[in-house]
Design a protein around this ligand. Structure first.
Ligand code: ADP
Ligand code: ZN
Length: 196
């Protein structure tokens, strides 16, 4: 968490929804700005909740400006040569090319902060997150609180009309507390369907 190296570095903040990933990203980005570092923040254009496409927002209302991107190549194009810190939120929605882009940024001496939920609502690796975690120099996996039993929550429970979503529901569905809950392994509920 205390990144002091002057060389390139990749850190991942991951975990279930509501676990405080965005809060932690905003905290790290603000500290880098206080340190006088040149910081660029990006987020997947798919997340237009809360503060909209141009802000990274946490569930408790904290916000910071960010550039929306729909493809990993756009990050490569938009990163300025003299940027020292590059932060990317909602990385689970990005294409697999993000792995190469991140490697190249770190090889160029930049500190890269990646944020994303590591499991989809079925409990499987979400998008490029598994590969990003394998390539990271440092990982922080955060827990939320299970809304059913109060234990540490590590799973994303998707709800449709208040009921657990079936396993064959689409992986990407952007929503907030009306569609998702943080739950522990034992309270997590994904009904199996014929197609799974
Ligand atoms: P993430 O980016 O991981 O979705 P945020 O940083 O946006 O998380 O929000 C974390 C905040 O969400 C917590 O500080 C707390 O105020 C709130 N919160 C709401 N529901 C929960 C929950 N079930 N467990 C923990 N925090 C929760
Ligand atoms: Zn539970």
């Amino acid at each position: 968490m205390m990144q002091t190296t002057k060389h390139g570095w990749v850190e991942v903040i991951t975990g279930v929804m509501f676990s405080g990933k965005s809060e932690e990203l905003i905290r790290r980005a603000r500290r880098a700005l206080i340190a006088g570092r040149r910081v660029q923040l990006f987020k997947s254009i798919l997340d237009d909740r809360y503060g909209g496409q141009f802000r990274i927002s946490s569930h408790d209302g904290r916000q910071i400006d960010a550039e929306p991107i729909s493809h990993s190549k756009q990050i490569e194009e938009k990163v300025l040569v003299d940027s020292e810190v590059v932060a990317i939120d909602e990385a689970q929605f990005l294409d697999d090319g993000i792995c190469e882009v991140v490697q190249a940024l770190a090889d160029a001496g930049k500190r890269v902060i990646l944020v994303g939920t590591d499991m989809d609502f079925r409990g499987r690796p979400f998008g490029p997150m598994g590969s990003l975690l394998a390539r990271a120099d440092e990982i922080d996996k955060l827990n939320a609180i299970c809304v059913v039993c109060g234990d540490p929550a590590t799973r994303n429970q998707r709800l449709i009309d208040g009921k657990p979503a079936p396993a064959d529901a689409p992986v990407i569905f952007v929503g907030g507390s009306e569609s998702y809950e943080a739950r522990c392994r034992s309270c997590h509920d994904v009904p199996v369907t014929n197609s799974t």
